[in-house]
Design a protein around this ligand. Structure first.
Ligand code: ATP
Ligand code: MG
Length: 227
């Protein structure tokens, strides 16, 4: 089983967009997929509620709720046979909580928008992942995704320069696209839309999903060894 955590305390950076699209991608490729929603705003959970029953199922876990009378681990359990778990985290989480979301994850994806405020917030986020959550660079578990990008803008170039200084791989750049908004409303992932409409966006996901697939069990045991 692989766990992928989408994390960036900066609000609106694209966490839920990444989490829902990734979960839909895995489900549509035949993986038994769970989507864990830690955000009390419950955006991922709402997306899952409108997802058509005819599409590949995704098991939703409303992790933001604290159910009385059941243990936390029981509440967060995934169905037997689950092979992919995608974790959507809320905005404004404190660094001391990062470890809670990243501990068991083979990959941590940090979406960042091209703006000076977001660049600054992303730098802090990466710093806290490396310090508070004690993730080592050599584990190669963290990747950044530049989201809502308009290439050839000054701020985009500034974002890319900054990301290069971090020595954390930039696994994808997603353009600003109505397809994200439209598919979200319909409970779909990009990969489940009509190809003629979504192909330019789908192509931008290829390096990210390839990298995620390379974060296998071997990496998981590497994490244990590094502890
Ligand atoms: N590449 C994109 N193109 C167009 N719109 C996008 C893109 N990525 C995200 N959005 C839109 O930006 C808004 C914020 O995205 P999203 O909800 O995924 O961010 P978030 O990090 O989960 O926010 P929060 O911190 O509040 O949970 C949403 O309306 C979403 O549809
Ligand atoms: Mg969200």
């Amino acid at each position: 089983m692989r766990r992928i955590t989408i994390l960036n305390p900066k609000g609106g950076s694209g966490k839920t967009t990444l989490a829902t699209n990734l979960a839909a991608y895995y489900a549509s490729r035949g993986f038994t997929t769970a989507l864990m929603d830690f955000d009390p705003q419950a955006s991922s959970s709402r997306w899952l509620k409108v997802r058509p029953a005819t599409l590949a199922p995704i098991h939703g876990i409303a992790a933001y709720q604290n159910l009385p009378g059941v243990t936390r681990s029981y509440q967060l359990r995934v169905p037997p046979g689950t092979t992919r778990v995608v974790i959507d985290t809320p905005a404004a989480i404190e660094p001391h909580r990062f470890d809670e979301f990243t501990r068991e994850a083979q990959a941590i994806v940090v979406p960042v928008l091209p703006s000076q405020i977001d660049i600054h917030a992303c730098a802090k986020c990466i710093e806290h992942l490396l310090t508070s959550a004690k993730i080592k660079r050599r584990e190669d578990r963290i990747a950044v995704v530049a989201n809502r990008v308009r290439p050839n803008t000054l701020v985009f170039r500034s974002l890319m320069r900054f990301l290069e200084t971090l020595d954390i791989p930039i696994m994808a750049t997603f353009r600003e696209s109505q397809n994200y908004i439209r598919s979200f409303e319909l409970g779909l992932g990009l990969h489940e839309m009509r190809a003629e409409r979504s192909l330019p966006d789908v192509e931008q996901w290829a390096p990210l999903v390839a990298w995620l697939e390379s974060r296998g069990q071997a990496i998981g045991s590497g994490i244990e060894a590094a502890r």
